[in-house]
Design a protein around this ligand. Structure first.
Ligand code: SF4
Ligand code: SF4
Length: 452
């Protein structure tokens, strides 16, 4: 019931009820900051009880036992006419429960609203997945580039921008070709939108929004700054854009996602998994992976966190990877002042100094040295020859300061500052119907036109 940044949903089903794929099973409470949750399988609700995620978040979960029939809810129908208004696009994205699939987990509708409110002029399509072994975004691009192109147009139309920049590294030639071909195929379906490829370095963690801001706009964002406000751009992960178009064109809410499963031997699989699948069940489907006596990482290898109970830990909307690695004793040695952690830190921090200050309890000094800028990327720990738990120490303190609570180390990026952005902002009662055509809204010119 809580798979994104924001509030927990209220279960909309009861124990014993039959559910189908795409049926809403969790509704946001009135006035809360949340988007709905939908069933990813058909079957019977067997329990509703709290679960704890590896991030430390506890929320109620609806347990569903599959009937193995994959019956879809009656509302899941392809849309005959995708030439709909901007407010309809936003209503569909909100009701489909789409959240940032790159790990951030901010409801897509909140970002769209913020972009519209701040009058951004560019939509950035983030295709910069750079964590080792993570490839779920590349699968979406390679297989479903048309959805990403059309989704980008729809979302640009929804927040009123005309320039769409695709951020990708030149090494991904296959994906670039797929996107170019999709543009050519969609040629007759949109006009007035300028698509550009922006080539960026294939370097972890280049896709992080603060590094994108620095690389593209020369702007150093503070923890509270947003791309929308400081750079007049809004950025969505390409898989998020795919999910938005799936909701618009196929009427399918966010019920599944691609997950990269990897091991230290490099066995890589991209699987399309129903959201809510227990991690152990997911691993059982992958040949060559034995999870017994291994460490299982919920997330990707550098930014994920270890989970202890794979049978009772589900994949959620933001789970982009599962890593299985050998359990070994980690010998920690004293810092040898080699400077590698400093060289590797994308936020230009001094991890060795921050680590030593935090271990001594000198938190004020650590704050003076900008500890809160840490984005939990894991690069410092990865390069440290002394195997010091730099990321765990620094990132957990940074996260606790941002949340104002004591908070265990969590994977992924900063806690997004959702500020005063409302999910319902800009809506009238009429707009709640996805099919309502708002005369004042920007209509998506899907008919005719040429590719710029
Ligand atoms: S985890 Fe934090 S301190 Fe370490 S390299 Fe990443 S941003 Fe820098
Ligand atoms: S990488 Fe490790 S050993 Fe080297 S300076 Fe940083 S903390 Fe010290």
């Amino acid at each position: 019931m809580k798979q994104h940044i924001g509030d927990e949903c209220i279960p909309a089903v009861k124990v014993g009820e039959e559910v189908t794929i795409g049926q809403c099973i969790g509704m946001p409470a009135p006035g809360s900051f949340a988007v709905p949750v939908h069933s990813s399988i058909s079957g019977r609700v067997t329990d509703i009880k709290p679960v704890q995620l590896p991030t430390g978040v506890t929320s109620r979960a609806v347990f569903i036992t599959s009937d193995r029939k994959r019956t879809f809810h009656e509302s899941i129908r392809p849309r005959q006419d995708v030439n709909i208004s901007a407010s309809s696009v936003m209503g569909i994205i909100r009701d489909a429960g789409v959240v940032g699939l790159g790990g951030e987990g901010l409801p897509a509708i909140a970002k769209l609203n913020r972009a519209k409110k701040l009058k951004v002029n560019t939509l950035l399509v983030n295709c910069l997945q750079s964590e080792p072994y993570a490839a779920c975004d590349y699968l979406r691009i390679g297989e479903y580039a048309d959805y990403i192109i059309m989704g980008a147009v729809a979302m640009a139309g929804a927040c009123g921008v005309k320039v769409i920049n695709i951020l990708i590294s030149k090494e991904h030639k296959y994906e670039i070709t797929a996107l170019r071909s999709a543009m050519e195929r969609s040629f007759s379906k949109y006009s007035g939108y300028a698509f550009n490829f922006v080539y960026m370095r294939q370097r972890f963690p280049q896709g992080y929004y603060r590094l994108v801001a620095r690389a593209l706009y020369g702007v150093n964002l503070s923890e509270k700054d947003t791309l929308e406000e400081k750079c007049h751009a809004v950025m969505f992960n390409c898989s998020t854009i795919y999910a938005c178009w799936e909701a618009i064109a196929d009427g399918m809410p966010l019920v599944s996602r691609v997950i990269s499963i990897s091991t230290e031997n490099g066995i890589k699989h991209n699987v399309i998994a129903p959201i809510g699948t227990p991690v152990s069940e997911l691993l059982d489907t992958v040949n060559g992976i034995s999870s017994t006596s291994k460490r299982i990482i919920w997330g990707n290898c550098l930014t994920g966190i270890e989970l202890s109970d794979p049978d009772n830990t589900p994949v959620i909307k933001t789970t982009s990877g599962i890593c299985v690695i050998t359990r070994r004793e980690i010998l920690r040695n004293p810092c040898i002042s080699c400077g590698r952690c400093t060289d590797s830190c994308p936020m230009t921090l001094e991890p060795a100094i921050l680590y030593s200050l935090l271990k001594r309890g000198e938190t004020q000094k650590a704050e003076y040295f900008n500890v809160t800028r840490c984005m939990s990327c894991g690069a410092c720990s990865y390069v440290c020859p002394s195997n010091l738990d730099l990321t765990e120490t620094i990132a957990s303190y940074a996260a606790s300061k941002k949340r104002g609570t004591s908070y265990a180390y969590r994977y992924g990026h900063d806690i997004a500052d959702i500020g005063s952005v409302s999910l319902l902002e800009g809506y009238t009662e009429d707009d709640k119907s996805p099919e309502v055509h708002d005369k004042n809204a920007i209509n998506l010119p899907f008919e005719g036109g040429k590719l710029i």
